[in-house]
Design a protein around this ligand. Structure first.
Ligand code: 3H9
Length: 697
């Protein structure tokens, strides 16, 4: 294996090339290699300058995240940065790929920076629950000023070479390999007699109102600490000498390193990459998909068609009538025109998408040549079955037949066809061209290459695809049903929907469950309650006050009234006073005396219900690994990323504590609160959900 940092002498230039695939992460060997490379260059007679660049796909993409949480090993990254800057020779970094986090910090410690036009740069530590911890918060604002530095550190966004040049982050952009442009730039600097230039010696940046910036960062991040800590670190750059600022940055970085938020976000980072890796699909070749059919052009079907068009697929959209087809076209054009207005889509591409690539049809024959069909029709078994019978008759052999059902039994739907091996569930979340999650529901007879095709399509559409098995609601909606029930029990027993929403948004959810119901439409829950009524166990506690709202025509945001009243702005409603009247009437009818709930109890009950059902879903094989459940909730249900997902959250609480809560709650209702055997087993064996993730890796 080559050294993590190679050393080569070219004339009077020492070239340090990083060779630590896949992303040149700054692990121990790379850090040691950089120090040794600088020392060797200094001792190498005649060397006047040092070039640092990365072999392979990228310059350094950051610290080695796998080392976080383990005892740190010297040399630490900030010391490596300072050592590079202190080099008496001119040090130049040439960047390509993604110069991120510690990688950008190495570049900022070099005396000059050049990048290829396609290079991306940023300080994304905030996405890992951290701040830049290798002098980035001290050096960046000395180059850009405080405000751009706060923007980059608190958002973690990546910038291109052009923007980096205009902000003063880099000195030059040039076409070529990083090695070639780097060598040419070093030569140019040597020829022009340029001096060594240390960012740390630049004047401290002018201050702003840091307290206001801190408050704004905290509010925007809904309880995530790292953006606000980033502001404090940049404040130190403005107010303290460089070395003291570095010490303050280190203190804040180490504090964040010890938090659960950091653990949760790093779990999310690795889970996002592990979720699509399924041993059963290893080496399985997906079927080729160039054109897809979408049946139904409502919000969901139009969203799916939009996502497919955006990914370069041809789409045949089937509707019942020419008018309905035109309405579907209007929805798709509406979806795409947003991207057009924001400059994310060129007029030419837009025209091609809504022109040549999109066919609106009313006859099933139009689907005879597509490679994959997704139906998004009315959520009723008889309707779906009829669609699949027709698809079976017209689709070409080998076409993948997918249903976007949210709940229904896909085995039953597949049995309606002569080719159940080609049938799969592709469960999108609305709006389908925006939401990241895709549940790939593998039915009993689904062929492996059909499952692989589902994952390949998800990747092409930019989705996070999670494998799920068949059950009522699959992974997400099944678990949702359980924790929504826990919330409803709390409402019957004394909490208000508004207190529950507040406790959960304080926990970090984007929205509380009642605001979500208003957004989704209260008629959906109403329909589900009706559908499940015949199978309901006599001990199930199901409140009916929400039915009264629906009976009165209040379906949430779309009718202007639900749990909240919406006037003007669509998101923020005000509590609907009729709701508390209905709840109180129901409590009285049931003879219930309301009691107080603390926000902490609300969160613990809600989360315990989620985790317990998650454990059942795992045990039944509906989800393969705990991380699959975490990814469903992080990418489709507004679960706060810094809490890691429900199963990671449970690990971080301690599974024994979660189980103890469930047993306590069961004293009042041992029907609803039946501990999952898997949870009991893990606690008895002193294991965590993450142990199951590792065992499955
Ligand atoms: C930091 O720098 C802190 C410092 O300020 C202070 C320190 C004291 N480490 O994403 P991909 C793995 S914090 C270890 O599929 P892409 C990844 O897990 C860091 N491993 O590729 C995957 O492994 P596997 C700040 C890493 O081309 C493989 O590489 N930096 C790291 O779609 C390929 O990754 C960041 O936050 C890492 N830093 O995207 C950048 N990065 O194949 C994080 C990746 O086994 N990284 N891996 O699943 C990224 O954003 C993307 O990986 C990147 C490439 C854009 C670089």
């Amino acid at each position: 294996m080559p050294d993590a940092i190679g050393y080569e002498r070219i004339g009077d230039i020492a070239v340090l090339s990083a060779n630590n695939p896949p992303v040149n992460a700054l692990g121990y060997d790379t850090r040691v290699g950089l120090i040794k490379g600088i020392e060797r260059a200094e001792a190498d007679t005649g060397v006047r300058a040092v070039l640092i660049y990365g072999e392979g796909a990228t310059y350094f993409a950051g610290a080695d995240i796998r080392e976080f949480g383990k005892p740190p090993r010297e040399p630490y990254l900030p010391d490596v940065c300072n050592r590079i800057e202190a080099c008496p020779l001119i040090v130049v970094s040439a960047m390509h790929g993604t110069a991120l986090g510690g990688g950008l910090e190495i570049a900022l410690s070099s005396h000059y920076r050049i990048a290829v036009p396609s290079a991306r740069m940023g300080l994304p530590e905030v996405n890992l629950g951290l701040i830049p911890g290798a002098t980035g918060t001290q050096r960046l604002p000395r180059l850009t000023g405080v405000e751009p530095a706060i923007d980059l550190v608190t958002s973690g966004r990546q910038i291109g070479a052009k923007e980096a040049l205009s902000l003063g982050v880099i000195d030059k952009v040039a076409e070529g390999t990083p090695r070639d442009i780097g060598l040419a730039y070093v030569q140019e600097l040597l020829d022009s007699g340029a001096n060594r230039r240390a960012v740390s010696e630049l004047p401290a940046p002018a201050p702003i109102d840091f307290d206001a910036a801190y408050d704004a960062a905290l509010a925007k991040a809904r309880g995530q600490l790292s953006p606000a800590y980033g502001v404090r670190a940049i404040q130190a750059a403005s107010e303290k000498p460089f070395a003291e600022g570095v010490a303050e940055e280190r203190r804040l970085f180490i504090e964040l390193m010890g938090t659960k938020q950091r653990q949760g976000m790093i779990h999310a980072f690795f889970s996002e990459r592990a979720v699509g890796k399924l041993p059963e699909l290893d080496g399985v070749t997906p079927r080729e998909v160039k054109a897809i059919g979408v049946i139904g052009g409502g919000t969901m079907g139009a969203g799916i068609a939009t996502a497919a068009l955006q990914s370069g697929l041809n789409v045949v959209l089937l509707e019942m009538s020419a008018e309905a087809g035109e309405a579907a076209r209007g929805r798709i054009e509406g979806n795409l025109s947003g991207a057009l207005k924001r400059g994310k889509l060129s007029q030419e591409k837009y025209d091609a998408m809504v022109g040549k690539a999109l066919t609106i049809a009313t006859d099933y024959q139009a689907l005879s040549d597509v490679d994959l069909v997704i139906e998004a029709v009315f959520e009723r078994m008889d309707v779906k079955k009829e669609v699949f019978r027709k698809l079976d008759a017209v689709c070409k052999p080998g076409a993948v037949l997918a249903t976007n059902t949210s709940y229904l039994d896909i085995d039953e739907i597949a049995a309606e066809t002569s080719r159940p091996q080609d049938v799969i569930g592709l469960h999108f979340f609305s709006p389908a061209h925006i939401m990241k999650l895709l549940e790939v529901v593998v039915a009993a007879k689904t062929a492996p290459e059909v499952a692989a095709t589902g994952f390949a399509l998800g990747k092409r559409l930019g989705k996070i695809s999670v494998r799920a098995g068949v059950c009522d609601g699959f992974i997400g909606n099944r678990i949702l049903k359980t924790y929504r029930t826990a919330a409803e029990h709390m409402v019957l027993d004394g909490a208000s929907p508004y207190q529950i929403d507040k406790a959960l948004t304080d926990f970090g959810f984007a929205m509380g469950p009642y605001a979500v119901s208003d957004l989704a439409g209260l008629d959906i829950g109403w329909m589900t309650r009706q559908r499940l009524a015949p199978t309901r166990h006599p001990r199930e506690r199901v409140p009916t006050y929400a039915d009264r709202l629906c009976e009165a025509g209040h379906y949430g945001q779309k009718t202007g009234k639900g749990y909240y009243i919406y006037e003007g702005s669509r998101r923020g409603g005000i509590p609907n006073p009729e709701v508390m009247d209905l709840i109180e009437a129901e409590r009285a009818q049931l003879g219930l005396t309301p009691r107080d709930f603390s926000d902490d109890e609300i969160v613990r009950r809600y989360m315990a219900a989620m985790v317990n059902e998650g454990a059942k879903v795992l045990e039944e094989g509906i989800a393969r690994r705990p991380l699959d459940i975490d990814m469903v909730f992080l990418s489709g249900y507004g679960f706060p990323r810094y809490q890691g997902g429900p199963m990671k959250w449970a690990d971080m609480q301690g599974l024994d504590k979660v189980l103890a809560d469930i047993r306590t709650f069961a004293k009042d209702d041992d029907w609803f609160w039946q501990p999952a055997p898997l949870l009991e087993r893990l606690v008895a064996e002193g294991k965590t959900f993450d142990d199951l993730n590792k065992a499955a890796a």
